[in-house]
Design a protein around this ligand. Structure first.
Ligand code: AMP
Ligand code: ZN
Length: 495
């Protein structure tokens, strides 16, 4: 597998620190509001990365934090006259709901900054002891940026260029810094703010230190992959590297992956300009699977433009995949003569996936040949995902497989042939985190509804009430159900 590493600005072969295991950390949201659809991009993308590693047979330790102490949280708490923790706990709960809606799996650990303060004090102390940090007269602790020679290695910036930029950015209180480039590790409390006691002053941690500390606690000194949106490269991730590498004396993260931004109608998302959507808004208007499908149609390192038009087209494409799966389920049930056809189909890992396309008992020779042809879709899917998680090409591969299935699977197909194709489709959809099957219950409800309508129509025909028979057929057609009169009786198909 190859990953584009922002450190080297090129694709590199992925080599895990521990064979068979991936340790990854993704910066999570600051919880003072419902998350917006921009925040959903890293959530969905890195969840897909995790799912693909698992498909490839890796065990994944996935850590993603909630920043639950921050100026915006405190401001909102003061406005509502409640504790900051009331606000953060409320929006953590809301964020978890949105994640579940979007089929984003819960991380191995979701640490929260306020529960890891002692670890932060310890790391800051170690930086002070090693000369990488100093306390100013008012108790603020700063990181001595110039002392870390590799500062700028991720954002590919030169410290001297940064310095001339930073000088013009001086704000009040910053004159106590030794150097304008130094950044805050710990800051004194202000009136009405939550605080913790530390060796330097009563106060709270800066933002960057939380990720250094929480990733170390749950993943160790060195992790495989660190991810987040591209806005975090500088200064957040640059500062995380400076803190962790100076304190631990070890490389912090081997691969750095950043998603590009999501824009709306080609503009930056902005509340004041009115182009701002929460995940809650959008998932009430669109099937969450369509949202997830849409997010993955563009490679993660390219900007993604959100528009109604693109969402509509994602919806149509997604539905074609669902219809293919529903049609396979229908054919399987017919072939089995019962609904036992549903038994064998499940998502598989890569090690098992190849066998889906292998000959099996009960298939005709022609089907065996067809399946080996269809195996090219699996090979292509893996190839594009191995190439820096190209979900855009992975989706078009699934789409081509759907087209192929629509041509080659029909009433004459054997059950093992149909089930193999169905499992392949489910496997790929599962890696993308897209649900393509309504719950069985919904399927059953649909089937029994259609069967009862067909019976009504047959009765109408028998009574020579052709107007009613046609009306029933039209009603079904409006719901995407097509009837076909054959010598074996009436068959139906979902479009
Ligand atoms: P924040 O709560 O602003 O720290 O953001 C949480 C995560 O969402 C970070 O990884 C950000 O980089 C990411 N993010 C924020 N806005 C966008 C956007 N418009 N497009 C893509 N990612 C974003
Ligand atoms: Zn972070």
């Amino acid at each position: 597998m190859e990953i584009y590493n922002d450190l080297s600005k090129q694709k590199e072969e992925f080599r895990p620190i521990t064979p068979g295991e991936v340790k990854m950390y993704v910066c999570g949201p600051t919880v003072y509001n419902l998350i917006h659809i921009g925040n959903a991009r890293p959530m969905i993308f890195f969840d897909t990365v995790r799912r693909y590693f698992e498909y490839r047979g890796y065990r994944v330790r996935f850590v993603s934090n909630f920043t639950d102490i921050d100026d915006k949280i405190i401001q909102k708490a003061n406005e509502e006259g409640v504790d900051a923790s009331v606000i953060s706990e409320r929006y953590i709960a809301e964020c978890r709901k949105d994640m579940e809606t979007l089929n984003v799996r819960t991380a191995t650990v979701h640490p929260q900054a306020t529960q890891e303060i002692q670890g932060m004090i310890d790391m800051i102390q170690s930086l002070v002891d090693k000369g990488f940090a100093y306390a100013a007269a008012d108790g603020t602790v700063y990181y001595r940026t110039r002392k870390f020679p590799e500062y700028g290695k991720l954002s590919h910036r030169n410290v001297d260029d940064l310095r001339s930029g930073a000088r013009t950015l001086l704000v009040t209180g910053e004159d106590q810094k030794e150097d304008p480039l130094d950044f805050v590790l710990w800051k004194p409390k202000k009136e009405g703010e939550p605080y913790w006691t530390s060796p330097w002053c009563d106060g709270r941690p800066g933002w960057h230190i939380e990720c250094s500390v929480m990733s170390k606690r749950y993943l160790g000194d060195t992790m495989d992959i660190h991810g987040g949106g591209e806005d975090l490269i500088f200064p957040h991730h640059e500062n995380e590297i400076a803190q962790s590498e100076a304190s631990n004396g070890a490389e912090f993260a081997r691969y750095w992956m950043h998603n590009a931004f999501l824009n709306i109608d080609n503009h930056k998302m902005s509340k004041s300009a009115g182009n701002f959507f929460t995940v809650r808004d959008i998932t009430s208007q669109y099937d969450p699977n369509v949202v997830r499908y849409f997010m993955l149609t563009v490679h993660y390192r390219s900007p993604l433009n959100f528009s109604r038009e693109l969402m509509e087209s994602a919806k149509t494409s997604y539905e074609r995949i669902c219809n293919c799966a529903a049609n396979l389920a229908y054919l399987e049930e017919r072939a089995a003569g019962t609904d036992a056809g549903a038994e064998g189909r499940t998502a598989r890992t890569a090690a098992e996936a190849a066998s889906l396309f292998a000959p099996a008992a009960g298939m005709s020779e022609a089907e065996t040949g067809l399946l080996s042809e269809a195996d090219a879709f699996r090979v292509r899917f893996e190839k594009v995902m191995d190439d820096d998680f190209n979900t855009a090409d992975a989706i078009s591969t699934v789409f081509d497989l759907v087209r192929w299935i629509n041509i080659h699977a029909d009433e004459n197909s054997s059950l093992p042939f149909l089930t193999a194709l169905h499992s392949a489709l489910l496997t790929f959809a599962d890696i993308l985190g897209i649900r393509i099957e309504k719950e069985n219950e919904a399927d059953d409800t649909l089937a029994s509804y259609v069967e009862s309508k067909i019976a009504e129509r047959q009765a109408a025909r028998k009574a020579r009430d052709f107007a009613l028979a046609d009306a029933i057929r039209d009603e079904l057609r409006d719901r995407g159900i097509f009837l076909e009169d054959t010598k074996d009786g009436v068959k139906w198909k979902k479009a």
